[in-house]
Write a protein that binds this ligand. Structure first.
Ligand code: ZN
Length: 449
């Protein structure tokens, strides 16, 4: 299925105590190594037991995945991105335009081979990046010709891929005909597909029925500016989105096209690599992220906590707001509830998303009190989102799942909800009346009833 690289499937992110597992090729050991690696990463700073490599189901909570994606096979991917990734021990995914290999400004074939041998993913960004051709179902004969040639070019370089990267540009269009055409040759498509562009986090986990709908998520393309200074705000925004996405259980794809010194893009790649390394965020090649999405039951315990940051522990981007939550800030340090985690202060309409919730009976709970000490009413709603057969999002009606009267002392509230089999993501919103603030010490979303 997926190309096996000499350096192991997860780059160098595997903790040293798990290195013995590397080099094995059975799916089970790979899964165990992956789970244990991420468990190790998540628990590195806590006293909880990480569990043996074999006890895959001990993963205590869901988390997102970072993918570092580079499109179009431009020369800077080898001269700049590759050495930066290697410096930080990270593996990227490179969408190569196969017909351009060796041309001026593009990667040379031996450079692609070197990156692949070093464990980076190379996938098919088509023979000629002809957006209009792939958008026209009347040109199926050309689709076949281009696919055959493109995969042969990669094969001749010793690269097997199951990933197809949809070329963007004028005439680009995702159709059911293209979906059908690609099915026999590829496991996933990287690209926007039909997901609404205004939807910032437009990658989704519901890939079991839609293995082809892996839209660019999280970050989208990082803009090209004319200097490092002009790129600073972009990169600060990227860190914020990575921090939020990771805590909500999202696959966040950071996408670059050209990577150069003079426009600040090489600096940006290094900043993002530094950031994910500094916080030990799970970073995978796209093909590995797809596998993790398609087999969630192999990775998560039945009682798994699906809000990745239930105790508001993380503020990776240091913006004073717990990662993954909108409309809330940390309460001051001296405000404490339980020993674990910090207290977050929600204004009305504060919200978070849960990406890829497990279907079935789910228990939602929170500990809260009125921030001002005066009585208030808290209403929690959930909005489920499904993806229809044309890969469009369909937002459901907001549904009230919990209502509680809060006072000056902490109280715990709990309810059971049912998640439908097709739900891709859920928005959890807190409404407060009369308008004011509530303090929350923990939000929990656990499957298993
Ligand atoms: Zn492209």
């Amino acid at each position: 299925m997926l190309a096996r690289h000499r350096s192991g499937p997860y780059g160098t992110a595997i903790p040293s105590r798990l290195r013995a597992l590397r080099g094995t090729t059975s799916i089970q050991s790979l899964t165990a190594a992956f789970v244990a690696a991420v468990v190790g990463i998540l628990l590195a700073a806590s006293t909880a037991r990480a569990g043996d490599a074999e006890s895959a189901k001990e993963w205590p909570r869901r988390t997102g995945i970072v993918v570092l994606q580079f499109d179009d096979g431009t020369a800077g991917h080898f001269t700049h991105a590759f050495p930066i990734l290697e410096k930080y021990g990270l593996k990227g995914s490179f969408g190569v335009v196969t017909g351009n290999l060796g041309k001026s400004g593009s990667l040379a074939p031996d450079q692609v081979v070197k990156m692949h041998r070093a464990g980076h993913e190379i996938h098919d960004h088509t023979l000629a990046h002809n957006a209009a051709m792939w958008g026209d179902p009347g040109r199926k004969a050309e689709w076949a010709e281009h696919t055959e040639k493109s995969l042969k070019i990669l094969r001749d370089l010793g690269i097997t891929t199951r990933g197809w990267n949809h070329p963007g540009g004028k005439g680009s269009q995702w159709t059911s005909e293209l979906h059908e055409f690609l099915l026999p040759s590829y496991d996933y498509v990287a690209g926007r597909v039909n997901l609404e562009p205004e939807e910032r986090y437009n990658i989704h986990w519901n890939l079991r029925d839609h293995p082809f709908s892996l839209g660019y998520g999280g970050l989208g393309s990082i803009p090209r500016r004319d200097s490092i200074d002009a790129s600073r705000d972009d990169i600060a925004g990227v860190k914020k989105r990575i921090a939020d996405g990771i805590q909500q259980g999202l696959v966040v794809i950071s996408l670059w096209h050209t990577v150069k010194d003079e426009d600040g893009t090489a600096w940006g790649v290094e900043e993002v690599c530094k950031f994910v390394r500094q916080h030990n965020l799970p970073t995978m090649r796209m093909a590995d992220a797809v596998r993790a999405i398609q087999h969630p039951r192999e990775y998560f315990d039945e009682q798994v906590e699906q809000i990745a940051n239930p105790g508001f522990l993380c503020d990776y981007d240091e913006n004073g707001r717990p990662d993954g939550y909108e409309g809330c800030r940390y309460a001051s340090e001296e405000i404490r509830d339980t020993a674990d985690g910090r207290v977050a202060e929600f204004a009305s309409d504060g919200a978070t998303w849960i990406y890829g919730p497990e279907p079935g009976a789910t228990r939602f709970s929170l500990r809260a009190r009125s921030a001002e000490g005066t009585p208030c009413r808290l209403v929690v709603t959930m909005t489920s989102t499904e993806i229809d057969k044309d890969d469009h999002y369909r937002f459901g009606e907001p549904q009230q799942i919990l209502a509680a009267d809060l006072g000056a002392t902490w109280s715990e509230h709990e309810t059971e909800v049912t998640v439908g089999p097709e739900v891709d993501r859920i928005r959890i919103t807190l409404e407060i009346s009369p308008p004011g603030k509530v303090q929350v010490s923990r939000l929990s979303w656990r499957t298993g009833g």
